[in-house]
Design a protein around this ligand. Sequence first.
Ligand code: HEM
Length: 169
Amino acid sequence: MKTTKIYLSTLLSMVMIVSVSSLIGGCEKDDDNGGESSLYQKLGERTGIDKAVEKSILAIASDPALTPFFEVVLVDEGGSGPGLDALKENIADFVDASSGGPATYNGLSMEAAHAPTNPRMANVDNITNEVFDAFLNAMIQGAKDAGISDESILTEYRNLLEQSRNAIV
Ligand code: HEM
């Protein structure tokens, strides 16, 4: 009888410990971002971001205001440089990391990548506000083409990208 009592109270304590710790765990998760999901999650995590960036590249390729800037990357497709896949991966890492995702962005800073001091940007005009706007539109169009239709998510995404304007223009 005594053994059963000890056994039951041990079991009860274990159940209590498990439920208290899962409660604490649950709170910690919410505390990360005030209980709201991150933009990374809203974009569909890495799968969604990859899809959006892929579609954005297609939108860039169909805008004559943007294509001259990417000729250097297309030339890579001949085998002399990192190419389009590397650019897509870098942009996706950048979006992933800056929207609250787990990736680490290891590329050049936004200033360094887009300045005329980057030898790969030497043969193009400076990036103006108009060109930046066209790029931003292509990024948002890509997200839409990838199936993201919620206006508040698209606005949040645009605002995130907008933060790089001063470094790039
Ligand atoms: C929010 C806006 C932008 C973001 C987040 C962005 C992001 C990036 C990233 C992550 C890279 C890779 C850097 C590296 O290879 O280390 C890159 C490169 C590049 N970006 Fe942007 N970019 C933006 C705007 C623009 C605009 C407006 C243009 C021109 C129309 C542009 C043209 C390029 C080109 C040509 C490269 C390749 C440079 C190279 O291969 O060295 N980007 N961008």
